[in-house]
Design a protein around this ligand. Sequence first.
Ligand code: NAD
Length: 296
Amino acid sequence: MTKIGFIGLGNMGGPMAANLSKAGFDVTATDLSIGAIDRAVEAGCKRGKTIADTVEDAQIVVTMLPAGPHVRSVYGDEYGIFNHAKSGALLIDSSTIDVDSARKVAGDAAAKGFSMVDAPVSGGVGAAQGSTLTFMVGGEGAAFDKAKPVLEAMGKNIFHAGDSGNGQVAKIANNMLLGISMIATCEAFNLAEKLGLDAQTFYDISSTASGQSWSMTSYCPAPGPVETAPSNRDYAPGFAAGMMLKDMRLAQEAAHSAKAATPLGAQAEALYALMESAGKDGLDFSGVMKLINGTL
Ligand code: NAD
């Protein structure tokens, strides 16, 4: 049975580790939180007391951590994965982090004889629980092929995006587009309403015309037209504005380093940051509607 070491058992990592165990992998799991480890053990994983303990027998290591600094430290520090994993182990980082950190850690992994992929996910906690995540994977083809069966136990769409870091590139470029398109959708609904056109009528027309987008038809920020959208439950997340802001900031960092012009991405980041300053970053990101229509 393939042995997996799993590090980072938060909102996403907890259910992902549970699903690996359910799929028949021999999973040892750890976190800084004892409660999170307890829940993983209840879900069928073995208790990892330390990172060393979690990875030393593993053929595959999966990490699901908050941000770049956590990933750099969990892999590279004295107590970390590079110093304790078996040589030749496959390392899969599914955290959403900055492209530069992803490429640096993958380079260090290769120098130490590990193969590594970045494999950030799209889909929230519900998708993590239901094993329906989308994985965007960066790394060599052979590493991708080895990672695929593990990722398939946690997700339903697995894409190879190219070399190391390209999974993160796909993730932040997609989320920058989503963040911008949501704001544009809010502006359009607000304009229509201010000019006397109700949300349902505008939706019926625009959703079959050229303004149609995922933000409109799956996640409509105006209450009413899409029953399952967070706008119909006072913008309870869903995907919190604070998480969207994290991804918009990563996109801007990457844009600066690549000298890519992203004027609308910069504006969108500023608007989600205003939700954060107002203490409303716990609302769903489609709650940016409230900023646009003045009800935040
Ligand atoms: P989370 O904060 O709930 O979980 C992170 C976990 O990592 C925590 O349990 C924390 O204790 C653990 N951790 C931190 N440092 C550690 C260390 N040194 N050793 C061991 N454990 C450590 O975050 P999350 O919501 O599960 O998100 C994880 C990643 O997935 C983030 O990069 C996030 O951007 C990304 N993501 C989240 C969502 C979502 O909807 N929550 C969706 C897509 C992508």
